[in-house]
Design a protein around this ligand. Structure first.
Ligand code: GTP
Length: 488
C-alpha cells in the first residue's frame, strides 16, 4: 500500500495555521479576525483567577456560551479553522451576560450610598449608640390603596422584592408571592409567603384548610381560605405552569393532577352556620421556635395554635346536607417577622443578659431604649383580608392589647380564645418549678404531637414562669396566676 506524502493530506486551512504558528511575523488583524472582542479582558481575568461564580462582584454573572467548550458557538475550535480574513461575514461574538442590576442601582434600592467596610461602620457608632437604640414605632394605619402592578411569574422572588419601594410612610400594599402545601403532624397546612411595600420582611400565613386537598368538594364546605392576590392573574402572558409553580392551583398537586386556579370571583359559596374562623397572630421568636428556648412559650404557642386550629369543627345537625357531625378544622396563623416584640434579635439577646442580672422582660427593653412592645398589626390585618377572613374572627391570644390593636386596624374580633401554657394546664396550687425536671409534665399535655421544634412538649422552668408572671402583672396578659406567683 502506497503512503501519501503528508503535505497531500494538508488542506488550505492547515497550511494557513502552520503559517501563523511558524511564520516570521505575527498575522495581522486583517488576516485573522478576533473572536472574543465583546469580552472585557478584566472580567475574563477575574473569572479565570477564581471562577466566574466566586469572584466577589460577579457571583451572579454567567459567561455565555461556555468559552472552553469546543461545541459552544464561538469557541476557539481548531477543527473549524479556515484562516478567514476580515472581509468574511462577522461571526457571532461571545457575549458577557449579567442577571444582576448595575451596582449603583442595587445600592440605591437598598438605601445605601456605598458599601462601607465593617470597621468604618463600627467606628461610627459610639458605645452609647451601640447599646441604646432609638425607639421607633411602626405605623399602624392601613389603607386600601391600589396594588402595585402585577409581576410576571417568570420574574424571580428576589427581583420582586427589589422593585417594591421600601417607604415607611407608604400606604400598605401586599401580595402573596407563593403558596405551598406543608404536611405537619397536626395535618396539612398551606404556607403563604407575602411581600409588602412597608418593610422588606417576608411575612407568612399558615393556612389550615385541608378540605382544599379533597378530590371532590364536600357539599357542606365553607368557602376555601385562599389568597386573592395569589389567585389573581399577574400578567397576560402568564402560563398555567407559572400559576401552578407559585401555588395558584386547586386540589392537591401531584404528577397526575395539576389544575391552575381561576382568578377570584364574587360567586357565593354554600353558607353553613359555623363559628367564626380561629386565627392567631404570632410574632417571630427565633430563640423559642428554632433553638427551643424555655425562656418563653413562643415555640409552644406556635405549635399549639396550629394544633388547636386543626381540631374538627362541630356543625349543626339541622344542616340539610349534613352527613357528618363535624368538618375539618380551618383557620390561619399569621406569622409576623417582628422578632423580640419588634426590637429585633440583636436587642432581644442583649435584653436576655439584662434579664439574667435581675431585670424583667419589660425593664430590659426599656433599658435598651426600646418600648416594652414595638409591634404593629396592620400587615397581619391586610393578610387576613387578602385571605378573605375579614368578616369576623376568633383570636387565639392572652394579650388584650393585641386584640385592641387588631380592632383598631380594622379586624372584627368576635372572640378572644385564651392560650393557657401547657405546663400550667395540669398545675396544682403550690407546685412551683424549682428544678430542671418538672414533675407536672408527666401528666397531660407533655405528650401531644408537635409540629415545631419543641414538638408537642410543654416548655417549663423558672425562666418561663418569671416571663409569664411579668406578662400578666406588667403587660396585662390574661392568664390565671397562682397566689405564690403573685407573691414571688
Ligand atoms: N424583647 C423581648 N421579646 C421577647 C422576649 N421573650 C419573647 N419575646 C418576643 O415576644 C414575642 C411574642 O410576644 P409575647 O409577649 O410572648 O406574646 P403576645 O404575642 O403578646 O401574646 P400572645 O398572643 O398571648 O402570645 C415574640 O416576638 C418573641 O420574640 C423577651 O424576653 N424580650
Amino acid at each position: 500500500m502506497s503512503r501519501r506524502p503528508i503535505h497531500d493530506a494538508l488542506g488550505d486551512s492547515d497550511a494557513a495555521l502552520l503559517d501563523m504558528l511558524t511564520g516570521p511575523s505575527a498575522p495581522t488583524a486583517t488576516t485573522f479576525a478576533r473572536r472574543d472582542a465583546a469580552l472585557d479582558p478584566l472580567i475574563m481575568a477575574a473569572a479565570f483567577a477564581s471562577g466566574p461564580q466566586v469572584t466577589r462582584n460577579h457571583y451572579h454573572h454567567d459567561f455565555f456560551p461556555g468559552v472552553m467548550l469546543p461545541k459552544a458557538e464561538g469557541a476557539w475550535d481548531w477543527t473549524k479553522f479556515t484562516g478567514q480574513d476580515a472581509s468574511a461575514p462577522e461571526r457571532k461574538k461571545l457575549a458577557y451576560v449579567s442577571r444582576q442590576a448595575p451596582r449603583r442601582q442595587r445600592l440605591a434600592l437598598e438605601g445605601k450610598e456605598n458599601d462601607q467596610p465593617w470597621e468604618q461602620t463600627a467606628a461610627s457608632l459610639s458605645p452609647i449608640e451601640n447599646l441604646s437604640l432609638s425607639h421607633k414605632r411602626r405605623r399602624t394605619s392601613l389603607s386600601t390603596s391600589v396594588f402595585p402592578p402585577a409581576l410576571s411569574a417568570s420574574q424571580s422572588t428576589e427581583a420582586a422584592s427589589d422593585v417594591i419601594p421600601k417607604d415607611p410612610a407608604a400606604d400598605l400594599d401586599l401580595k402573596c408571592m407563593a403558596r405551598t402545601r406543608i404536611p405537619t403532624p397536626h395535618g396539612p397546612v398551606f404556607l403563604h409567603l407575602y411581600h409588602n411595600n412597608r418593610d422588606d420582611k417576608e411575612h407568612l400565613a399558615i393556612v389550615v384548610d385541608p378540605v382544599q386537598l379533597a378530590d371532590k368538594p364536600s357539599a357542606v364546605s365553607p368557602p376555601p381560605i385562599r389568597s386573592h392576590t395569589l389567585d389573581a392573574v399577574w400578567s397576560n402572558d402568564e402560563t398555567e405552569m407559572d400559576r401552578i409553580t407559585r401555588g395558584a392551583y386547586v386540589g392537591r398537586l401531584s404528577p397526575t393532577s395539576q389544575h391552575a386556579s381561576m382568578p377570584p370571583s364574587d360567586a357565593a359559596g354554600v353558607t353553613i352556620a359555623l363559628p367564626a374562623p380561629l386565627i392567631r397572630i404570632h410574632s417571630e421568636c427565633f430563640t423559642g421556635e428554632t433553638v427551643g428556648s424555655m425562656r418563653c412559650d413562643c415555640g409552644e404557642q406556635l405549635d399549639e395554635a396550629i394544633r388547636l386550629i386543626s381540631q374538627p369543627i362541630a356543625i349543626s345537625s339541622s344542616c340539610p346536607m349534613n352527613s357528618s357531625p363535624s368538618i375539618p378544622g380551618r383557620g390561619v396563623v399569621v406569622y409576623l417577622r417582628q422578632e423580640g416584640r419588634g426590637i429585633g434579635l440583636l436587642s432581644k439577646i442583649r435584653a436576655y443578659n439584662l434579664q439574667d442580672i435581675g431585670h424583667d422582660t419589660v425593664t430590659a427593653n426599656l433599658m435598651l431604649g426600646h418600648g416594652a412592645d414595638e409591634r404593629g398589626y396592620d400587615i397581619a390585618v391586610a393578610i387576613l383580608r387578602d385571605l378573605g377572613l375579614d368578616g369576623g374572627v376568633r383570636v387565639l391570644t392572652n394579650n388584650p392589647d393585641k386584640v385592641q390593636a387588631l380592632e383598631k386596624d380594622g379586624l372584627r374580633v368576635v372572640e378572644r380564645v385564651p392560650m393557657i401554657p401547657r405546663s400550667w394546664k395540669s398545675r396544682q396550687a403550690g407546685s412551683k418549678v424549682t428544678s430542671d425536671v418538672d414533675p407536672r409534665l408527666s401528666k397531660v399535655e407533655d405528650h401531644l404531637v408537635g409540629a415545631t421544634l419543641i414538638g408537642g412538649k410543654a416548655v417549663y422552668g423558672e425562666d418561663l414562669d418569671k416571663y409569664l408572671r411579668t406578662k400578666v402583672l406588667k403587660m396585662g396578659h390574661i392568664l390565671p396566676l397562682w397566689m405564690e406567683d403573685v407573691e414571688a
